[in-house]
Design a protein around this ligand. Structure first.
Ligand SMILES: Cc1cc2nc3c(=O)[nH]c(=O)nc-3n(C[C@H](O)[C@H](O)[C@H](O)COP(=O)(O)O)c2cc1C
Length: 408
């Protein structure tokens, strides 16, 4: 099997934390996969591991001094580093994260980061108190909003002697993230995505509503994956406990009617619409102004009327947008999804069987089937929602590049 890293130029940025020794192992793994690695060290990283170790393993000069007559005069390897396919900073200390978030330069690593134009991955490592600090959290969010990818630290014994969240992710995990990031290039750069997510709530009275168990995880995963591939994302979200992802415009709504208004308002500026939201099909005919009182054992009757069919309205008003629908079914999965694809004039539909245990609503994994207008039916194995999101975007990117008229 040929490695996905063969011939790739990777800059490994190392800052001054106890996990520096793991950067040595990461370098070894990257080199073993065929990558050409240039190591850049912060001034303080040299107190933990010598440049010589990285130089010997990478077989390339290590950039660690900004003001060095040899380095500064022949900037060749620095330029090579700047032109690399990826910069991965591991470990990233709290101090280095702060400098990166604010564009401050005081050593070789922070200077190279500011000059670097390609994709960046960051693997933080610090004690749990530092990782929890609001300033550190804010720096991470700032960087995420600029499209920088993070490999979250793990829970484990920390150098300070406690067990907590902050230990550098294992080198194999960082290697997997590097492969993943390089395999998924910046292929949706500038594309305008509109994504709906989560459930809707149809109110009976001020405190009661009809809803469904959708968690919003699938839609948020699509939104984050599209953002990470360079898209401009607008996320319209029904009520979910999920935090609004950084780096995109997020609009919150509750009812199907509110979601409809937001979708139609943004449709004209959209190229790709992905409707993952589990929009309620029925809403009470009237929303009572006051809380409905229980009348002893008397049954109450609530008349439900169909909610607006957002996909049908989109089909009527669209002007070349690429539209993907989601179908949550409990029977005849493929047939029902195909019928919806044609009836709602969709370009693609993602069908999932919500009756199967452990998949669909709420869970972090899902098993879906992609159907498109050409009749292709592709059944995917059980995957994380993040992976499904990327596979969906792979299909969308391929369709957009084979038909440049679509979505514009
Ligand atoms: C033994 C030791 C271990 C350290 N480990 C970490 C660490 O894991 N994460 C971190 O953010 N800082 C750690 N520090 C503190 C950093 O070295 C310090 O904040 C330094 O200024 C970081 O510089 P740099 O980010 O420019 O490399 C450690 C310090 C010492 C003395």
């Amino acid at each position: 099997m040929t490695s996905s890293l063969k011939g790739k130029k990777i800059v490994l940025g190392v800052s001054g934390g106890i996990a520096c020794y793991k950067a040595v192992e990461l370098l070894r793994l990257l080199v073993k996969e065929g990558a050409r690695v240039f190591v850049v060290m912060s001034r303080n990283a040299k107190k933990f591991v010598t440049p010589l170790t990285f130089e010997a393993l990478s077989r390339n000069p290590v950039y660690h001094k900004v003001f060095d007559s040899a380095d500064s005069a022949s900037m060749e390897h620095i330029r090579a580093a700047e032109a690399a396919d990826l910069l991965v900073v591991a470990p990233a200390t709290a101090g280095t994260l702060g400098k990166m978030a604010h564009g401050l330069t005081d050593d070789a690593l922070s200077t190279l980061f500011v000059a670097f134009r390609g994709p960046v991955l960051v693997a933080p490592a610090m004690n749990d108190g530092m990782y929890d600090n609001p300033a550190v959290r804010a720096n991470i969010e700032t960087m995420q909003s600029r499209g920088i990818g993070f490999i979250d630290p793990e829970v484990g014994s920390l150098a300070c002697g406690v067990v907590g969240l902050g230990r550098l992710a294992e080198p194999e995990k960082i290697l997997a993230a590097v492969r993943d990031r390089l395999a998924r290039a910046w292929d949706l750069a500038g594309r305008q995505f509109l994504i709906t997510a989560g459930p809707t709530r149809e109110f009976l009275d001020p405190v009661r509503y009809i809803s469904n168990p959708s968690s919003g995880k699938m839609g948020y995963a699509v939104a984050e994956a599209a953002r990470d591939r360079g898209a401009q994302v607008t996320l319209i979200s029904g009520p979910t406990p999920l935090k609004p992802p950084p780096g995109m415009r997020v609009f919150a709504c509750k009812t199907a009617q509110e979601m409809r208004t937001l979708v139609l308002d943004h449709l004209a500026s959209t190229e790709i619409l992905v409707m993952t939201a589990a929009v309620g099909d029925f809403a009470p005919e009237q929303v009572q102004k006051e809380k409905i009182k229980k009348q002893g054992d008397e049954p109450i009757q609530i008349r439900l009327l169909p909610t607006p069919d957002i996909l049908r309205e989109v089909a009527k008003s669209k002007t070349g947008q690429f539209v993907v629908g989601f179908a949550a079914e409990t029977e005849n999965l493929v047939e029902s999804a195909r019928e919806k694809l044609l009836k709602k004039d969709l370009d693609m539909i993602v069908a999932n069987d919500v009756s199967a245990p452990g998949i669909g609503f709420q869970s972090d994994t899902n098993q879906v089937t992609f159907l498109d207008r050409s009749g292709t039916v592709e059944q995917l194995p059980l995957l994380s929602k993040r992976e499904i999101a990327h596979r969906l975007l792979d299909r969308i990117a391929a369709k957009l590049s084979s038909n440049p008229q679509t979505g514009s």
